[in-house]
Write a protein that binds this ligand. Structure first.
Ligand SMILES: [Fe+2]
Ligand SMILES: [Fe+2]
Length: 409
């Protein structure tokens, strides 16, 4: 099976995985082995579904990389968050189901410890509310990252017993609730498609404090601090601002290790998830582009240790994606190499002239070995400007990038 962008679907393409109905737990919009009617594409986009899994007989082995338990747990978490948040939006006096959240996060943690991260990053994509799916995905991504950072957590939380320091339940709970304060923000502002006015921006920036007031006393302090501090920045340019409780005078913002480590994890996964998800005011960007922006335009925002671990966790080219190689061949990404994330294994599907290769396994290239060959296009877009600078240490830079580079003189 392969991932196909919904704009690239053609008649006759058959689903390899069902498409869940985001509004009704346990129901599906389309079952597997059904053809996707092109008339459904606008509805799919409304629900955040921009890619679907399509049958490709020679690549059916990719199906076994999926963790069904994990998917069901994420969907359950999504519905739990949605029910709770919506109740609180309608009735400010409603109490959130704290214990239910804790149980769900514990279940997710056990699944992640059991399976760890294989090759497929399983973000939830079908949704009917951005805030709820973002909360669910930030929880999943941050806990996944937390598993990789266990020894860093012990080092950074040295006042805690090591077992407690690396216990991801408190992190997961904080991540799940990190944006809960947005239920107190005017939905007209929150869902505004255009640019926010400075007043509206100020209103939205209240959400960490509003959320902190909602969760304080109901969840462990280390979870509550994720809610309060997930917009702090490593270089001290985040918010909310601090004030001296005694004098009311402004204090210097939190920076570097003054920011609790759980909140530093939240910052990284929050930015990534928001940019890779379709929102009412911006289209989803491909992971390769978002990772590039996190290295460049976001420079200084993140804890470098956490960012490094994140780069080894997130495939810039998702498994199953059909890409164009620098030699013109069309190929599917079939594996992720955390040691060399931009050079995954691929299997060629078509020659540069467009002839179908009937057995892609005979044309498998580990791009970490074939270093002259690289991924040039994803969904028809040139992605070479998003490759990290050190990528070109081992691979000749294509002419158009050489010409675009500023001259040394
Ligand atoms: Fe936030
Ligand atoms: Fe967020």
């Amino acid at each position: 099976m392969i991932r196909v962008h919904v704009d690239r679907l053609v008649p006759g393409m058959v689903l390899a995985r069902p498409i869940p109905n985001p509004s009704i737990p346990g129901r599906y919009l389309l079952q597997k082995d059904q053809e996707v009617p092109l008339s459904l594409v606008p509805r799919l986009k409304q629900w955040g579904i921009y890619e679907v899994w399509i049958r490709y007989p020679q690549l059916e082995f990719l199906e076994y990389l999926f963790d069904q338990d994990l998917e069901e747990q994420q969907r359950e978490l999504y519905h739990r968050v949605r029910c709770n948040f919506e109740r609180t939006m309608q009735n400010t006096g409603a109490v959130l189901d704290w214990q239910g959240f804790e149980e769900a996060v514990t279940g997710l943690m056990e699944t992640l410890h059991r399976h760890r991260f294989a090759s497929i990053l399983q973000k939830l994509d079908a949704y009917d509310n951005y805030l709820m799916v973002h909360s669910t995905n930030v929880c999943y991504l941050g806990m996944l990252l937390g598993v990789e950072l266990e020894s860093y957590l012990i080092q950074q939380r040295r006042l805690k017993d090591p077992r407690e320091a690396k216990d991801l339940r408190q992190l997961g709970l904080g991540l799940l609730l990190h944006d809960v304060g947005k239920v107190r923000i005017d939905p007209q502002v929150l869902n505004k498609p255009g640019r926010l006015t400075p007043e509206e921006m100020e209103h939205v920036r209240q959400h960490p404090v509003l959320g902190y007031e909602m969760v304080r006393g109901n969840v462990p302090p280390s979870s509550a601090t994720v809610v309060l501090n997930h917009h702090q920045r490593w270089d001290g340019r985040g918010y909310p601002p601090r004030v001296d409780p005694a004098t009311g005078e402004p204090l210097a913002p939190l920076r570097e290790t003054q920011i609790p480590v759980f909140a530093r994890i939240a910052t990284v996964v929050d930015v990534f998830d928001a940019a890779t998800t379709h929102r009412c005011y911006s289209a989803a960007k491909p992971p390769v582009r978002v990772l590039h922006e996190m290295r460049t335009v976001c420079r200084g925002m993140f804890d470098p240790v956490i960012l490094e671990a994140f780069f080894k966790l997130i495939p810039p080219f998702p498994v199953g994606k059909v890409v164009r190689l620098s030699n013109g061949m069309e190929a599917a990404v079939v594996d992720f190499n955390p040691e060399d994330p931009y050079r995954p294994k691929v299997q060629a599907l078509r020659t540069a002239e467009g002839h179908v290769l009937h057995d892609p396994s005979l044309h498998e290239f580990d791009l970490a070995i074939y270093r002259d060959l690289y991924i040039q296009e994803v969904d028809g877009q040139d992605i070479t400007p998003y490759l990290p600078e050190d990528f070109w240490l081992y691979t000749p830079r294509p002419q158009h990038l050489v010409e675009a580079a500023p001259s040394a003189s």
